[in-house]
Design a protein around this ligand. Structure first.
Ligand code: HAM
Length: 415
């Protein structure tokens, strides 16, 4: 076969391969999210990536973009229309409705699924991402809204962000509806206004102003200057809880039809990454799709891609460390079995150990270990095996230490 007959090594458009370093970041993202939300009393659930397509077409669950061009939807062999979940909220609403009688409320749930959207790939937007979903069911109290905002804040803090790094912008669906009524907008125009507001950050200010003018909406009507009383109370409550970076922004609407109350977006304040990082809101009617009784919900979704950009522009990305602690280099293939015996001792002692097969020169073996960023190396040669003394070398600093065979495992577990 000539080279041009070969398959491409590129992944499918808009999705990523996770080599060990990328996988390590994803694991860090998952672990950090888990830590922050479990501390706030949320417990983990999960579901299949496959959902019946109708879940995203039902009235109330819709997002025009998601139900239409933006889903991966296909027919299975049994003639059923199937969708790869583009988000988790309809799924969790379905699960809550299915067991409403057994589940205790308030119910605090989280999940970190991969979700799929047929988007034009660009900075911060891919066709598959991992999304922390945090949702609180069974309460209409503003205190539940405040808790969700506090959890979002806590997640940011867990990643090392301070208040100066981000701003939480809060809007309100009912207030926006009221505004539309006051301005005499019909449902079609109101929907246009929602779409325009949702796209505000992706367009030039002049384009946005022109859009408002076309709908006959004065810009002053969207001024955050007059904060409505219930939002002002919410901001007070959040301040009392120690959150000083929450502001009212009447332009925050969010794209999904199911939001019924508070909506919010968390914005990065960094000049090179000034964009929405994640968002959420209250949705009190979504479980009605499945159940005659409503179970109110409020929550948010946060993606790994936008979080990675946030950390990267601040130099907050953690340094990659492989799980492997030590590499056993072997001067010849004949010594490989004895190196395996030593590896067994180290592993039983709790040390992640990889072993060479002794087929390359020692110097090359060390280069491979360094390439894999394994921090330590031990040469398992004749002399070391007969004397029972081994040299542990730190591959980053070059520092060496001689240790008895029986003390090796402890050396690593004490690090
Ligand atoms: P969403 O705003 O569509 O909301 O997505 C939530 C977050 O997921 C975004 O703010 C962003 O961090 C990330 N995200 C979304 N699409 C992409 C993409 N194509 N590439 C990379 N990251 C992306 C929802 O999905 C709601 N279901 C959230 C929610 C949960 N509301 C209540 N509970």
């Amino acid at each position: 076969m000539s080279k041009k007959d070969k398959l491409s090594t590129e992944p499918y458009k808009g999705v990523r391969d996770f080599y060990p370093e990328e996988q390590a970041f994803l694991n860090y993202f998952i672990a950090t999210c888990k830590g922050a939300v479990e501390r706030a009393g949320y417990v983990e659930y999960h579901a299949s990536v496959l959902e019946p397509a109708e879940l995203y077409r039902a009235k109330g669950a819709q997002n025009e973009e998601l139900a239409g061009e933006q889903t991966y939807t296909f027919e299975d062999r049994g003639g059923r229309m199937v969708t790869l979940r583009p988000e988790m909220t309809p799924t969790v609403a379905r699960m809550v409705a299915a067991r409403r009688r057994e589940l205790g409320f308030p119910l605090r749930l989280y999940s970190i699924p991969n979700v799929f959207r047929y988007e034009r790939p660009q900075r911060g937007r891919l066709r598959e991402h991992w999304q922390l979903n945090v949702d609180l069911f069974g309460s209409r109290s503003p205190a539940a809204d405040a808790e969700i905002l506090a959890v979002a804040y806590g997640v940011m803090a867990a990643f090392g962000a301070t208040e100066e790094d981000f701003t939480i912008r809060v809007g309100s669906r009912p207030l926006l509806e009221e505004l539309c009524r006051e301005l005499g907008l019909d449902e079609e125009k109101a929907a246009k206004l929602r779409r325009l507001l949702d796209a505000k950050n992706k367009m030039e200010p002049a384009e946005f102003s022109a859009g408002l003018a076309e709908l006959g909406v004065p810009e002053a009507a969207l001024s955050p200057a007059q904060t409505p009383a219930d939002i002002a109370r919410m901001l007070e409550m959040l301040k009392a809880m120690g959150m000083g970076n929450v502001v009212y922004d009447p332009a925050i609407v969010r794209g999904f039809d199911y939001y019924t109350g508070l909506v919010f977006e968390v914005f990065d304040n960094h000049p090179q990454n000034n964009r929405a990082l994640f968002g959420g809101g209250r949705y009190d009617n979504l479980t009605e799709l499945f159940d005659s009784e409503q179970t109110p919900g409020v929550g948010f979704g946060m993606g790994d891609v936008t979080m990675r950009d946030f950390l990267e522009v601040r130099g907050l990305l953690p340094q990659y460390r492989p799980a492997t602690k030590v590499y056993l280099a072997v001067p010849s293939p004949e010594l490989a079995p004895q190196a395996q015996v030593l590896a067994g001792e180290l592993r039983r002692g709790g040390v992640n150990t990889a072993v060479d097969f002794g087929e390359k020169k020692l110097a090359d073996q060390l280069k491979v270990a360094a390439k894999h960023r394994i921090p330590y190396c031990i040469v398992v040669g004749e002399n070391e095996l007969s004397s029972g003394t081994f040299v542990v070398r730190n591959l980053e600093t070059g520092a060496e230490e001689s240790l008895e065979r029986s003390a090796l495992a402890q050396f690593f577990t004490n690090l």
